[in-house]
Write a protein that binds this ligand. Structure first.
Ligand SMILES: Cc1cc2nc3c(=O)[nH]c(=O)nc-3n(C[C@H](O)[C@H](O)[C@H](O)COP(=O)(O)OP(=O)(O)OC[C@H]3O[C@@H](n4cnc5c(N)ncnc54)[C@H](O)[C@@H]3O)c2cc1C
Length: 375
């Protein structure tokens, strides 16, 4: 994107997040929903398609631009960004990377405008960290495929219009998996009730059941047997986005802690004057600085085609662990208040726990990094 145009987008999103979204965070928490007016405003700002190509109606941001945007989006309740994160990220990138021209023309403009919502359906009850063992099957029947199986923890499933479904079309292992585009209206597809989660209220996950769901052969995304590779490519992109959201949220949490330390008094002094409180803040600032630098460098290397795997895993691993430590220290700075509902750092403490789990746990990132170096 033209640098001036991108600077304008960043400034608009920054103002919107700080002036419109943050004041509504408690409402999002209480109602477990993103207010319609915020959803409409996000659509009008093009946020449903920031990472989708311009020729299909998106903003076409490079990953280096996308992570800067995610720093801003991460500054508020993560459910807000999650509303359009999957369409831009793990679901949308499946089509960007592997979709046919026809599939892209049919779905990307509608995803980018927010008219439809996408979901990425990989995880199953017995196949989470190792999705190569998934058992959802797609069996060819004439010029159709019949899908049977179940997925779980699928973000946006209750709201999704289209699912990127990974199903087994061949033998065991990663090479037997293919990707399918499945509409929510396909007979036999059922979405379970929203999961009761620890945090991220306002963003929803659910199980998705496939009972003899028929799709035309043209619903396959990419060649047969390439589903695992497609999923991994989407996840690598998504890992950098998540890392950037962690940096944005860590900044917010640290700002909350610093503001409190400047205002709260104990023993006749501001608690920020106590050096042990300063240490909590300093450790968070140093780690946040490292995380931000790492994300920017990993995004640069990704855009340059130098590294699409190691950097995203390092950044996701470090930043998701980092924001957990930053949230933990912020609760400490707040003392008893940090343990009370209604205080943002208490909510963020619960929210940030997810980042170490989804899109590959910390242990899986360690394995990716270790294997890459020892290959
Ligand atoms: C809120 C939320 C949203 C999600 N959204 C989506 C989505 O949109 N789409 C989707 O497909 N999935 C989604 N997921 C699923 C998520 O990606 C998985 O939960 C995650 O990959 C871990 O899989 P699991 O839950 O089966 O845990 P398991 O794989 O059972 O892992 C349990 C523990 O064992 C460890 N472990 C597993 N294998 C190894 C190993 N080989 N070496 C070392 N340690 C190991 C893990 O690190 C973890 O600590 C979501 C999950 C949540 C909670």
């Amino acid at each position: 994107m033209d640098p001036q145009d991108f600077a304008d987008v960043l400034a608009a999103v920054r103002a919107f997040v700080r002036e419109q979204v943050i004041p509504r965070e408690e409402e999002i928490e209480e109602t477990d929903a993103i207010p319609d007016d915020l959803r409409r405003a996000a659509r009008d700002m093009g946020l449903f398609g920031y990472a989708l190509p311009q020729e299909y109606g998106g903003l076409g941001l490079s990953l280096s631009e996308e992570v800067r945007l995610a720093f801003e989006l991460g500054y508020a309740s993560p459910a807000f960004r999650s509303m359009f994160g999957t369409s831009n990220g793990i679901a949308g990138q499946v089509l960007v990377n592997a979709g046919s021209e026809e599939q892209k023309r049919e779905w990307l403009p509608r995803l980018a405008s927010g008219e439809v919502v996408g979901a990425f359906a990989l995880t199953e009850a017995e196949a989470g960290s190792d999705p190569s063992t998934l058992t959802t099957r797609a069996v060819k029947d004439g010029d159709e495929y019949v899908i049977d199986g179940a997925k779980r923890f699928i973000t946006n499933a209750p709201e999704a219009d289209v699912f990127m479904v990974f199903a087994r079309t061949g033998g065991p292992g990663s090479r037997g998996i293919s990707t399918f585009l499945v509409s929510k209206d396909a007979p036999g597809l059922k979405v379970g009730p929203p999961d009761a989660k620890m945090g991220h209220r306002g963003a929803h996950t659910a199980e998705v059941f496939f009972d003899g769901v028929r799709v035309p052969a043209s619903a396959m995304v990419g060649p047969e047997g390439t589903g695992f590779r497609t999923a991994m490519a989407s996840l690598a992109h998504g890992r950098l986005s998540i890392a950037a959201v962690c940096v944005g949220l860590a900044q917010r949490i640290l700002d909350e802690a610093v503001a409190y330390a400047k205002e709260r008094t104990q023993g006749g002094r501001k608690i920020g004057e106590y050096q042990l409180v300063q240490a909590l803040i300093a450790d968070s600032q140093a780690e946040l600085y490292a995380g931000r630098s790492m994300v920017l460098e990993a995004a640069r290397a990704y855009d340059a085609g130098e590294d699409t795997k190691l950097g995203p895993s390092c950044a996701k691993y470090f930043c998701s662990e980092m924001v957990g430590r930053v949230a933990d220290r912020a609760v400490q700075v707040f003392g008893g208040m940090g343990y009370m509902r209604g205080v943002p750092v208490e909510r963020f403490y619960r929210d940030v726990r997810l980042f170490r789990i989804y899109e590959g746990t910390s242990q899986i990132q360690q394995l990716v990094i270790g294997r890459h170096l020892l290959r």
